[in-house]
Design a protein around this ligand. Structure first.
Ligand SMILES: [Zn+2]
Length: 317
């Protein structure tokens, strides 16, 4: 006969395993809770952002998300963040400008970003700095960015009467580019003639002082650049017309239409476009072209931005 021994199940190890599993689950739960409460999503929610806004903010780098968490919720934050040319270091100035200019009115965020990026939230000739000359043909000269004191390029050459009215001088590289553009224009049936080009510090000073003496500083600042702040002093700018045209009618000519859309192929851009006066700080000038080199001129042309805006967003880093 067999005696069946009842197998005794040992409870000890089972309890042990159950406890271990329980502890593991508990640890996982704790880690997840910890992760949740320390997550950017949670913190942004706590800071007052809604789900849609949180999704937007999370697209940015960590340091910006942290900025969003630390800085209390503001109504302008998300609309600003969505602007294509939003620059983080300008954030406080955007807010300040909005408060100063718009008050309770509907805010044009695109315009705010453009103006602040180029420095036009400040008055002209205030908060000025010296432009970065290491950028060579890509330097920025406007009412906030000046040339080094009494700057003069060292490769200025005389332009022939074939291309310019008498007494025009320009940097060699720009002259070569203009000659090429002139050929291109000719092939399309247009003639280009330069009527203003390089202006020395002394010449620019004379023009400015003359205006100031006769009509006052406000008038002078409106119609002439201060010395060291003029693009003509860079030796990279040309005022281009068709023969016989002048400042009042050049914008209506076919030559202008050709120049506006083809000059970038030769390294030039229209520097002071229509409708961008508050960004460039200059009235619309259909005749004023700035040399940037072919590669950069194409990028600026394709961007549809003024050079001031392009520089602020893409080059000033
Ligand atoms: Zn000009």
């Amino acid at each position: 006969m067999y005696y069946t021994k009842k197998r005794k199940i040992k409870k000890g190890p089972i309890i042990f395993i159950a406890v271990v599993i329980f502890i593991i689950i508990l640890i996982i739960v704790c880690i997840n809770l910890y992760k949740h409460y320390t997550s950017f999503e949670y913190k942004l929610g706590e800071a007052g952002y809604n789900e849609k806004e949180i999704k937007e903010i999370l697209k940015f780098d960590n340091k910006y998300i942290e900025y969003a968490i630390e800085n209390k919720y503001e109504d302008d934050f998300i609309p600003l963040l969505k602007q294509k040319y939003f620059i983080w270091k300008n954030y406080d100035r955007y807010i300040e400008y909005i408060n100063d200019v718009y008050g309770d009115k509907k805010v044009d965020y695109e315009k705010v970003v453009s103006l602040v990026n180029v420095g036009a939230d400040n008055d002209p000739y205030t908060h000025t700095k010296k432009t970065d000359m290491d950028k060579e043909y890509a330097i920025l000269v406007n009412k906030y960015n000046s040339l080094p004191e009494k700057y003069a390029p060292d490769d200025i050459v005389e332009m022939s009467n074939w291309y310019a009215y008498p007494d025009n001088r320009i940097r060699q590289t720009v002259y070569d580019a203009f000659k090429e553009m002139s050929e291109g224009a000719k092939e399309s049936g247009y003639t280009l003639i330069v009527n203003s080009s390089y202006r020395s510090y002394e010449e620019q000073k004379e023009i400015y002082d003359d205006y100031e003496r006769n009509r006052g500083k406000e008038y002078a600042d409106k119609y002439a650049a201060r010395p060291d702040f003029s693009e003509h002093q860079t030796g990279l700018s040309l005022d281009i017309f068709s023969p016989g045209a002048n400042m009042s009618n050049f914008a209506d000519t076919e030559t202008y239409k050709w120049l506006k859309d083809n000059s970038y192929k030769y390294g030039f851009i229209l520097r002071y476009p229509l409708g961008k006066e508050d960004i460039t700080g200059y009235n619309y000038e259909a005749w004023h072209y700035r040399y940037l080199g072919k590669e950069l001129a194409k990028k600026v042309y394709d961007s549809g931005l003024t050079y001031d805006e392009y520089y602020a967003y893409y080059l000033d880093k």
